[in-house]
Design a protein around this ligand. Structure first.
Ligand SMILES: NC(=O)C1=CN([C@@H]2O[C@H](COP(=O)(O)OP(=O)(O)OC[C@H]3O[C@@H](n4cnc5c(N)ncnc54)[C@H](O)[C@@H]3O)[C@@H](O)[C@H]2O)C=CC1
Ligand SMILES: O=P(O)(O)OC[C@H]1O[C@](O)(CO)[C@@H](O)[C@@H]1O
Length: 382
């Protein structure tokens, strides 16, 4: 089996590309980072340091790479069996035209093998969003063929893979935690879904996507935002701060109550899931900066993302949300000179004030009680 993976970054090399290569799939990475592309094509392998109770270095081999904007990508799309992405939510729209061109070539070349595409991004139904971008980029005459031949398969992806530590001079080296979970929607495949060690098939994907996004990512983001406010540099330092930990755990319990109501999760198992996540944040072998985990606050304060969607859930079910409110208030304080979204957010806040700025990015009603609660918490943190 041959596959094309967009995004040879942390999760691309450290999780999805590795899992596929380990399963014997021939993996070709598509990226825009020339240094990474050159290194992949010179060495055809790279080291992954898996850190847990015991650390070990595993070698991923048999890989190659092409530039994401090249004709080679289009040719590959016309012939591969699987396409995956880990490029970031905002990049999906940018790769869609190349995917569309590849699908036209596949159609014109008479390739009748089913093709499946799986976006592995931190977002709800990211592949479905990619599908819309691809359809927008395609002439309507190809839509029926795409519906018949191409499976757009949504997934939930969970493994903490921070950027390589400062001091590492290997552009391909990556350090990952030992935990990993990749869950895909088996109802969306065309043809027989592949059997790959480490890829789990489900017919109940939304429950898994929301469980992951609104527990791990909610807790992680709040750890980052409160951590930065408290002067911590890393997620580990932040989560070991009792004041931060109490709010983070409380927020995960609040979003957990929503998930339990919505999906009928077992309360005890969910509490264990939260505890396991807190331990993962504490991983002494991962150096994960609060600035990485808090990145792109406009996205993270968005209506469907890890902070606002659980808050909305608590309103829907009439549940407590005091800790989520604190987490959102802390997110509003996030600052980073390296992050264009953080700068945009700071400018918006200065321009229109806290309530209007929050309402604008989150879709919450500016006059609502919950916005007033967040703004009070925000002011109290000044
Ligand atoms: N790092 C992590 O622990 C996890 C990340 N994710 C998700 O995976 C996605 C990727 O995250 P990371 O790997 O951390 O980011 P990253 O920044 O390390 O990797 C993204 C890669 O995409 C490449 N890229 C940018 N534009 C491109 C284009 N037009 N075509 C092809 N490649 C392009 C970049 O050069 C980079 O190599 C995000 O959606 C993130 O939310 C999900 C779970 C875990
Ligand atoms: O990748 P994003 O969506 O910016 O958010 C960072 C999050 O992604 C992860 O890297 C992986 O789930 C988490 O460590 C963190 O919660």
């Amino acid at each position: 089996m041959k596959e094309l993976h967009f995004g040879a970054g942390n999760i691309g090399r450290g999780f999805i590309g590795k899992l596929l290569a380990d399963a014997g799939v021939e993996v070709v990475f598509a990226d825009v980072n020339q240094q990474v592309l050159d290194a992949l094509n010179q060495r055809h392998q790279y080291p992954v340091r898996v850190v847990g109770e015991q650390a070990q270095v595993e070698t991923v081999s048999g890989v190659s790479a092409v530039h994401s904007g090249s004709d080679e990508v289009v040719a590959l799309i016309s012939s591969v069996d699987l396409i995956t992405t880990a490029v970031g939510p905002q990049i999906l729209e940018r790769i869609a035209p190349a995917v569309a061109r590849g699908l036209v070539k596949r159609h014109d070349g008479g390739n009748t093998q089913p093709l499946n595409i799986i976006a592995c991004e931190n977002m709800v139904r990211g592949t479905s969003q990619l599908k819309q971008h691809v359809l927008n980029a395609l002439e309507p005459q190809f839509h029926a063929w795409v519906e018949q031949q191409v499976g757009f398969v949504d997934s939930a992806v969970d493994r903490i893979v921070p950027p390589a530590e400062a001091g590492s001079d290997d552009p391909l080296a990556v350090t990952v935690e030992s935990f990993s979970e990749w869950i895909v929607d088996k109802t969306q495949f065309k043809g027989v879904p592949p059997t790959l060690a480490g890829m789990e098939l489900t017919d109940n994907l939304m429950a898994f996507v929301e469980r992951k996004l609104f527990t791990l990512n909610t807790g992680h983001a709040i750890t980052a935002y409160l951590g930065q406010l408290a002067g911590h540099q890393t997620i580990r330092d932040a989560i070991l701060d009792p004041a931060v930990r109490q709010v983070v755990k409380g927020a995960m319990e609040e979003s957990g109550a929503v998930l339990i109501n919505r999906y009928g999760f077992d309360a005890q198992k969910h509490a264990a899931y939260i505890n396991k996540i807190l331990q993962r944040f504490e991983n002494p072998y991962l150096h994960d900066d609060v600035e990485r985990v808090g990145r792109q606050p406009l996205r993270k304060l968005g209506e469907g993302d890890r902070l606002i969607k659980p808050l909305r859930g608590t309103l829907e079910y009439g549940l407590g949300h005091a800790n989520l409110v604190k987490g959102i208030a802390a997110a509003m304080h996030y600052r980073s000179d390296q992050d264009p979204q953080a700068k945009e957010w700071a400018a918006l806040l200065a321009d229109v004030g806290a309530a209007a700025a929050l309402a604008k990015v989150s879709g919450l009603d500016e006059e609502s009680e919950v916005v007033a609660q967040v703004v009070n918490a925000y002011n109290a943190m000044q």
